[in-house]
Design a protein. Structure first.
Length: 213
């Protein structure tokens, strides 16, 4: 679906708004003003209004935002559920990073369903992680043909990421949550990529420690 251009900075703030809405619902909060939300999130009220106004009018003057409605609106904007169903995810690479994501990351709370885990290491084949048996890379093609995963999470070394991407793209998997430090979107066109660089977050913290921000 094509939309009018919206700054990637706005898009990156949407998941945070969604997370805060989930927290507010757990607290039993029914409504919240942009002022109160700004105090909680440490984002200006005008910024919140500007961000949300890109997608519609979700608040009412004098009332604020209905928390459940706003969460549902952000859920729809982000595509957390596709046609009312969870987005299906496979993980490529069952090493330390892949296992940590399987064990500690709740895909279900984020509108996704983990459906398969793959690795090239024969010693990992058949091992059960998060309720799934690790499959071999030789089984990937048949699995993708039968299950048509929406997203591939890459937890492979940078040196093998390109060949894995080529294989997945040939299988019509073009959405990547990428932990490999390989620049997928530089080498391949018509793919959707979210690169995760944990080191970048640490460097940002180091900057904050040394300079006023």
């Amino acid at each position: 679906m094509k939309k009018d251009y919206i700054s990637p900075y706005v898009i990156k703030r949407l998941p945070r708004y969604y997370r805060f809405m989930c927290d507010l619902i757990e607290e039993g909060k029914v409504k919240i003003s942009s002022k109160e939300l700004s105090e909680r999130m440490k984002v200006t009220a005008s910024q919140i209004r500007q961000d949300l106004n890109h997608f519609g009018e979700f608040g009412n003057q004098g009332y604020g935002y209905n928390v459940k409605r706003l969460r549902k609106e952000i859920e729809d904007i982000l595509g957390i559920y596709k046609d009312g169903k969870r987005n299906s995810v496979i993980i490529i690479g069952a090493g330390n990073m892949g296992q940590a994501i399987c064990d500690d990351f709740s895909f279900e709370k984020r509108g996704c369903a983990l459906i398969g885990i793959f690795d090239k290491d024969p010693e990992l084949h058949g091992k059960t992680i998060a309720g799934h048996k690790v499959l071999s890379m030789e089984e990937l093609a048949d699995f993708c043909e039968g299950n048509k995963p929406d997203i591939a999470t890459l937890c492979v070394p940078k040196t093998s990421a390109k060949s894995v991407c080529e294989m997945l793209i040939a299988l019509d998997v073009t959405n990547f949550w990428n932990f490999s430090h390989f620049d997928i979107n530089v080498h391949f066109e018509n793919v959707n990529v979210e690169n995760v660089h944990l080191g970048d977050s640490l460097f940002t913290l180091l900057y904050s420690m040394n300079y006023e921000v």
